[in-house]
Design a protein around this ligand. Structure first.
Ligand code: ATP
Ligand code: MG
Length: 716
């Protein structure tokens, strides 16, 4: 049907409507989760189009992910119908940055067909530069330099703008020069990296007033979602463009700022008001997404942060189900319990697409993926690869595959020079040639070449060592438990070390994933059995398009909503994440808490928090301490449940414990205290915790004192 004019405004509340209709001048919408910020943006675009205030191409709208951009496009179409020709400039900062740069490449010294380097290319280039400068890569790894340069770019700093002294952070003060050289190399290659997409865009607009004026005329309306997570470069770029029409509308929530570690600055919200004086500030207070208990628990949690801008948030819907907190024995039981609950929801007729599992770190996904494959439950991983498809997991598996079946050439090829051991393309070509001529698997061809004079001496030695290592590992396969073997292989091959030395932001996560891989091997009888399982898991169609459970990190869940949200792994160290605490202290804790707030507020009707009492680390059971965030959920909104199935599950694992977290053998004493404390009412919990000296009583009493929610309306 054809929507009649203005219909899209129906159902908006007065504040939302105000934000939609205030098309002239700067507008800042500052509001809590689920209050309709994104809906306001979408409706605002529809409104502008349907009043004929601008052509689609005169609108610039920035979303945080490409997925969000696609969804927004669909909604706009649904609102204004197909008759509106063309589409707005709608995408992420990066995608819009590329589009703009392609149009004016020559002006920043590029050709229009420039390439965009990925991280690997970037590192390779930096390595070349380090080598040219005779800088010891062991002391000053390329990845560290890449981080430093990215940081500068996020802050909008060109090489000339890097503050004096900051270059000292790398190679005794050579950081800035290397940055200069790097940019020159990129130009010579007709290439840019990710950070350049905006940095060069800023330069383009600053150095070419006519181009800037052109964009000022073009973009009559600018809109930005998730504004709290913009970094300085994005902000500068935006400000340049918005100073034309000044019709700029940003929406955000300081409580959902979760990319501080990547250079996002909440202060951009404050800057907005000073850069755009007279900006209309709209506050939305009614949450349309979640039921009362969910909102109450989330609001109470986030109230523990200091330095908030402060907001009111209420829901007028029913209170609904309480947020459940469930303790499980370990992460495997946690996955079982969640699997059962999802199957129960499915039996009741709920769609799996309306179910999400939000994890803090990618390693947590493994347990769920394995479980769902066993259950035949469709799932899809959003915002990243599935666990077994991650690069580091594929590498590790490749080592194991060569051990289990030496003729696996693909696997051998994958890891022959990972980590780098000087077996480059030339060496590999020789191995290939010989393999083809002699009709041998690559590793056997390599063995024969080691005995001949054909290879360069250094290459020969390296290859000899590698072949010998594989021989040794294959022998050990017969004597060692396969998960121990895996650990040895990762160590002796230098693969673990490669990531330990890597100082990029994701290295720690990769090491966690590797540990998780080793952990996941234990239940299998032998290496072959494990690898068979992997090929089955990899073969499962990841539910593309069909009805499937969504698994993703809390970070990629921003802006999304689901009827049911599972939040596993609420344990100290996992969530809040230990590294965030170690590296960022109080600021790190507050960002973790905002992440928890984002997690809970994704739920429409059911939020289900889980923690495991035990985690297996390096093959040893360690008792886990329930997350402090559990105690920061308001008691009146929370129901503490026991994991389903009681003694029925867990019976087969862990060697004879009763299967419920409260009944572990005595060596799990501490875990028992925590575990059982979570099946008792709150005040007793506090006492138990106090008795066990865990320090949780402090959290409890603070909680009791600051309880301020009344009848579904939470005022902070
Ligand atoms: P977040 O902070 O999580 O990004 P948000 O503020 O962007 O949330 P939206 O995603 O726009 O919130 O809206 C949350 C939900 O509430 C959506 O399902 C949306 O359709 C619905 N909603 C928003 N405004 C209204 C309204 N006036 N009437 C009914 N439903 C609404
Ligand atoms: Mg939103």
């Amino acid at each position: 049907g054809e929507p009649s004019r203005g219909v899209y405004l129906d159902g908006l509340n007065p504040e939302q409507r105000e934000a939609v209709e205030a098309t002239d001048g700067p507008v800042l919408v500052l509001a809590g989760a689920g209050t309709g910020k994104t809906r306001v943006l979408t409706t605002r675009i529809a409104h502008i189009l349907s009043l004929g205030l601008a052509w689609p191409s005169q609108i610039l709208a920035v979303t945080f992910t490409n997925k969000a951009a696609r969804e927004m496009k669909e909604r706009i179409h649904a609102m204004v119908g197909e008759e509106v020709e063309g589409m707005p400039w709608l995408g992420t900062f990066h995608s819009i940055g590329v589009r703009m740069l392609r149009r004016h490449a020559e002006l920043v010294g590029l050709k229009s067909g420039f390439t965009i380097l990925d991280t690997d290319d970037q590192i390779r280039l930096l390595k070349q530069l380090l080598r040219a400068e005779n800088i010891d890569e062991k002391r000053w790894p390329a990845r560290l330099l890449a981080n430093i340069i990215d940081g500068w770019k996020n802050r909008g700093l060109s090489p000339q703008q890097v503050p004096a002294g900051e270059g000292a952070a790398f190679a005794n003060g050579r950081g800035q020069k290397l940055y200069t050289d790097y940019q020159a190399r990129l130009k010579a290659l007709n290439a840019v990296d990710f950070g350049d997409l905006l940095l060069e865009g800023i330069r383009l607009l600053r150095e070419n007033p006519d181009v800037l004026a052109d964009y000022h005329r073009r973009f009559r309306y600018i809109l930005v979602d998730e504004y709290q997570d913009t970094n300085v470069a994005q902000y500068l770029w935006l400000r340049l463009l918005a100073q034309g029409s000044r019709n700029v509308c940003c929406v955000g929530d300081d409580d959902q700022s979760i990319y501080g570690w990547r250079g996002a600055e909440v202060d951009n919200i404050l800057r907005f008001e000073s850069d755009f004086p007279g900006a209309k500030v709209v506050r939305l207070e009614r949450n349309y997404r979640s039921t009362g208990h969910i909102l109450g628990a989330a609001a109470h949690l986030i109230a523990h942060n200091e330095g908030r801008l402060g907001k009111t948030l209420f829901s007028e819907g029913e209170n609904g189900e309480k947020v459940t907190v469930t303790g499980a024995w370990d992460s495997q039981e946690e996955a079982r319990a969640i699997g059962e609950e999802i199957e129960a929801l499915q039996r009741e007729g709920h769609a799996l697409t309306q179910v999400a599992i939000l994890v803090r770190a990618s390693f947590q996904m493994r347990e769920f993926e394995d479980r769902f494959v066993t259950l035949g439950l469709n799932y899809r991983v959003i915002g990243g690869p599935r666990f077994y498809e991650r690069a580091e997991i594929r590498d590790a598996l490749a080592y194991l595959r060569v051990i289990a079946s030496p003729a696996d050439d693909l696997a051998f090829e994958r890891i022959v020079n990972v980590p780098k051991r000087g077996l480059g393309d030339a060496a590999l070509r020789q191995i290939h040639d010989h393999a083809r001529a002699a009709q041998l698997p690559l590793i056997e061809a390599a063995r024969e070449l080691v005995g001949s004079e054909e290879l360069k001496p250094k290459v020969r030695l390296t290859l000899r060592d590698l072949v010998a290592s594989f021989d040794r590992w294959r022998e050990q396969m017969a004597t060692l438990p396969h998960h121990e073997l895996a650990e040895i292989v990762l160590d002796e091959s230098g693969y673990t070390e490669m990531w330990q030395k890597d100082r990029s932001a994701d290295a720690a996560g990769r090491l966690e994933n590797l540990k998780e891989l080793v952990r996941s091997m234990e239940p299998f009888e032998n290496l072959i059995g494990f690898l068979e399982h992997i090929s089955l898991v990899m073969d499962v169609d990841s539910g593309n398009g069909g009805d499937a459970v969504n698994i993703m990190t809390l970070h990629s869940a921003k802006g999304l909503e689901f009827d049911t949200v599972f939040l596993p792994g609420w344990e100290e160290g996992v969530f809040p994440n230990q590294r965030a605490l170690d590296e960022q202290g109080r600021a790190g804790l507050e960002e973790e808490r905002r992440l928890a707030y984002v997690g809970i507020t994704r739920a429409r009707r059911r939020a289900k928090v889980f923690f495991a009492s035990n985690r297996r680390i390096h093959g040893l059971w360690q008792s886990a301490v329930p997350s402090r965030f559990l105690d920061e959920l308001s008691e009146k909104d929370v129901e503490v449940t026991e994991s389903r199935g009681g003694s029925g599950w867990g019976g087969g694992q862990g060697g004879g414990y009763a299967g419920r977290y409260g009944y572990g053998p005595s060596r799990f004493d501490q875990a028992e205290t925590f575990g059982s404390s979570y099946s008792t009412p709150g005040w007793q919990r506090a006492q138990n915790a106090a008795k066990s000296g865990s320090g949780f009583s402090e959290g409890r009493s603070r909680y009791a004192a600051s309880e301020s929610a009344r009848g579904g309306r939470i005022i902070e």
